[in-house]
Design a binder for this molecule. Structure first.
Ligand code: 26Y
Length: 831
């Protein structure tokens, strides 16, 4: 059992935990003995919840007393995953609970497996928010997350005849032990209606009278830090009809209208949009954004007022907000509205406060993912906010005019037009749009990207005009992941080995200590232990593959993994092409030659946005190729390809520790950072990847010679795209295209658009330059095979990856945000 700093917050209860668990089952669920694992989970979770709430209360009493500055992380997504294991480990009560379950005849691991994921996010940005909360609590930083309590999270993905099917994620039906409904905390949120100027107490005021109102009801989700008494909070808002609180509607006998109103209100927090890069432009999405931002700001301001009255000038000393991408950017206008219209501040004073309080993180370079709301839509749903944005924009463009006075007038006019927050739709000159990224930049103190290369792209390309004007606003904050969930708790075997080697478990919250593993990288005895852990984790993944696909896989094969949202820029298609090429090579070999090949088990997983047609075709290609390869008696001992459906946080916790090679092969300059690359690195998994996102920094920390790097560089992309028509494809590429087109994997017609998307040079296709990187990728894959044949070298590298992962703890990231942007300091309650 690994030594671990005591969390000091488990109030050693005299009452045996076993009794507590069974009494929860008896009194909450009416159960008496003969429990399933799912029952045992409920009993355990509701018991653990009480410890969590004790810790939460202590922390918040302390914070109330100290009144420190808070950071509020505003995010439309929090991809939390499961809570039981994380909670017992973070609270340091896993020993008592593990023992109690054993006494009752259960295994913690199986019990924990009965929990449903809280999947209130799409992918990287949502999971990053969850890792950040873990680090904020662990670092004792006064901070909360604010978001939406979606009734349905990310859809569940199934496969039907190899095609993706989507099913609703009904996650709340059995109750949620990890949340506390706050009946006393609710705020009204309005939409639509009209705006008037009125004299109020002799002062000219603007009054917005919404035509529709809903109530935001708070639910708190306690966030336990690790090895600290701090338990912080994620406050999620549920939308409920206002007439629940005003029976007038019913008394008037207007039953139908009341029921419709309920439906309309509940619709706001009903479902997470399953898009992770292409905005649907749906009004409901804007409604969701305003809903949670409005409730969160009111909540923060009411707490501020309770202590400081209306001394709003001091708000920036007590509160700051991080905008997780542009999704909560309406906060700029909402904070202005609350300060000017509701609190009666002068515009300029309110603007100073607003810009001091807000900061914005950009997470994507995809132009289609940059949110722009039609002025028409915004003016109808949020008429006062549209006015405020217009005033902000007038002030902004006027200021620009003065600032750029040295430019020739034509050039100046062009610049101002290009930087205007409100501008015409480039594809439809009749439509005016609000550019949310521009609004976020103008309304914030700091703007950051999420990896060094990405922050440079933000400065030099995406927001270059703004960077020229406010160079000091722009920063980099390279992403990180929590080493608790992503190494210590999901891979306790490796954690124990690391602790044994380093002589202490302090690395769990001081990951720079992992560098100490470098001393063991070439030690054969240590390598043997390291390899044994990987083997055990591979066995677990093999079990899962067996369960899903019914196949036994060769556990001595190289486990090669690509798991992430399916997107053309992430190039799962390129991976499939190399797998087909490998298959064809194996087919050409004699049985003797095959025996000398490195066997591989390839796994691909990830969800396609329901409306993303090309991504769905890619999934079908994976399953179709797998169907051929996995059945071929000549090759099936040497190559397998499985698509694992419903990739989510929990599945990642099983897959990542088992991975030996992971693929991060986006077109250079397209993946802002990536965060799974960091999780794989921590678990000693080698990386094949492009010079993109955080891969670059991972390679720097691991030793670039230890990483399989290939492909064109970000600086070359623009030119290569221009020259696309003259590009001469590799003959092997041409062969593969013919194979797919010719029906080698069936479904010819369905795959045709896929072939065309990368292979129709005349129309300048292959935007993500798969063909350009193809040969380099195959060469890198050969290098992978050669390295794997030398197991001692492979293991040395594997250890070097974990040793080099210290930088990628989200603790480091959060420390940087706290110091450079938030100016928030730790405040730890006493144990
Ligand atoms: C506008 C709407 C459709 C939208 C919804 C979700 C737009 C973007 C997103 C999500 C973006 C996202 O997850 N981006 C990822 O953020 C990670 C954390 O910073 C990065 O590691 C990853 O490279 C980036 O793709």
């Amino acid at each position: 059992e690994a030594e671990r700093p005591t969390a000091a917050k488990s109030s050693a209860s005299a009452e045996p935990v076993t009794h507590d668990i069974t009494s929860k089952l008896k009194y909450l669920f009416g159960r008496n003995g003969d429990y399933t694992n799912a029952d045992a989970y409920q009993g355990t979770a509701w018991s653990v919840r009480e410890k969590l709430i004790d810790s939460f209360n202590k922390t918040h009493e302390h914070w109330k007393k100290e009144d420190p500055k808070f950071i509020y992380y505003l995010s439309a997504e929090f991809l939390m995953g499961r809570s039981l294991t994380n909670t017992v480990y973070n609270l340091g009560i896993e020993g008592e609970y593990g023992a109690a379950l054993r006494d009752l005849g259960y295994q913690m691991e199986k019990v924990a497996d009965a929990e449903r994921d809280a999947a209130l996010g799409n992918g990287g940005l949502g999971r990053l928010a969850a890792c950040f909360l873990d680090s904020m609590a662990t670092l004792d930083l006064p901070g909360w997350g604010y978001g939406i309590r979606y009734k349905y999270g990310m859809f569940k993905q199934g496969l039907k005849n190899g095609y993706q099917v989507e099913m609703p994620d009904i996650w709340l039906t059995k109750g949620n032990p990890w949340e506390v409904k706050r009946d006393d905390i609710k705020f009204e949120v309005g939409f639509g209606g009209r705006v008037e100027r009125k004299k109020v107490n002799g002062k000219e005021m603007t009054v917005w009278t919404p035509s529709e109102k809903v109530v935001a009801q708070a639910y708190d989700n306690p966030i336990p830090g690790y090895a600290t008494p701090t338990t912080s909070n994620l406050r999620l808002w549920d939308a409920v009809p206002i007439h629940e609180f005003d029976l007038g509607a019913f008394n008037a006998g207007d039953y139908d209208r009341a029921m419709l109103e309920r439906e309309r209100a509940e619709g706001i927090s009903a479902v997470l949009y399953p898009n992770d890069s292409t905005p649907e432009g749906k009004e409901l999405r804007l409604k969701q954004q305003y809903f949670f931002v409005c409730a969160s700001l009111q909540d923060v301001m009411s707490r501020f007022r309770a202590v400081h009255g209306s001394n709003w000038e001091a708000l920036p000393e007590k509160a700051c907000f991080q905008l997780n991408d542009t999704h909560p950017t309406i906060a700029v206008a909402e904070l202005m509205r609350l300060l000017v219209d509701v609190e009666g501040l002068e515009w300029d004073a309110a603007w100073t406060i607003t810009t001091k309080c807000l900061n914005y993180t950009n997470h994507t370079v995809m132009p289609e993912a940059l949110e722009k709301w039609p002025v028409k839509v915004m003016a109808k749903m949020l008429p006062r906010h549209m006015e405020i944005i217009e005033v902000i924009n007038e002030g902004w463009t006027k200021w620009l005019g003065v600032h750029l006075k040295d430019l020739k007038s034509e050039e100046r006019a062009q610049k101002i037009a290009a930087m205007s927050i409100i501008h015409a739709n480039p594809w439809n000159a009749d439509e005016m749009l609000v550019n949310m990224a521009y609004l976020a930049v103008v309304g914030s103190s700091a703007v950051n990207g999420v990896a060094a290369i990405h922050s440079n792209i933000v400065k030099d390309e995406i927001l270059n005009d703004f960077y020229q004007i406010f160079p000091s606003k722009f920063q980099n904050k390279t992403n990180g992941v929590t080493p608790r969930r992503w190494l210590a708790w999901c891979n306790p075997e490796l954690a124990a080995l690391i602790t044994e080697a380093l002589g202490s478990s302090e690395w769990i919250n001081d990951t720079e200590k992992l560098a100490g593993l470098r001393a063991f990288a070439s030690d054969p005895a240590f390598q043997a232990k390291w390899s044994a852990v990987k083997k055990a984790k591979k066995a677990k993944l093999a079990e899962l593959i067996k369960k899903i696909h019914g196949d036994d896989v060769n556990q001595n094969a190289l486990f090669d993994i690509q798991i992430k949202r399916i997107h053309e820029y992430k190039r799962q298609y390129l991976n499939v092409l190399s797998i087909i090429w490998r298959y064809k090579q194996l087919k050409k070999m004699t049985p003797e030659q095959r025996k000398a090949a490195v066997p591989r088990v390839c796994v691909i997983g990830g969800k396609a946005a329901s409306a993303y047609d090309m991504a769905k075709r890619i999934i079908r290609l994976v399953t179709a190729v797998g169907d051929v390869i996995n059945k071929d008696p000549e090759t099936k001992d040497y190559l397998r390809l499985y698509f694992l459906p419903d990739y989510n946080v929990s599945l990642a916790e099983t897959i990542i520790p088992a991975a030996e090679l992971s693929q991060h092969i986006s077109t250079a300059g397209t993946e802002a950072s990536g965060t799974s690359n960091m999780k794989f690195q921590m678990n000693g998994c080698l990386i094949i990847g492009t010079w993109d996102g955080a891969n670059i920094e991972i390679a720097e920390e691991t030793g670039v010679e230890n990483v399989f790097v290939f492909g064109v560089r970000a600086e070359e992309i623009n030119q290569l795209r221009k020259d696309r028509k003259n590009f001469k494809t590799d003959p092997r590429w041409d062969e593969l295209m013919k194979d797919i087109e010719g029906g080698m994997f069936g479904d010819k017609d369905y795959f045709k658009p896929l072939v065309d998307s990368v292979n129709n040079m005349k129309v300048g296709n292959d935007w993500f330059l798969l063909a350009n990187d193809f040969a380099g990728y195959l060469a890198a894959q050969e290098e992978v095979d050669a390295t794997y044949k030398d197991q001692s070298e492979w293991l040395r590298r594997s250890i070097m990856y974990t040793a080099g992962s210290g930088k990628f703890s989200s603790d480091r990231t959060i420390r940087e945000y706290a110091e450079d942007i938030w100016h928030v300091k730790p405040a730890r309650p006493s144990a």
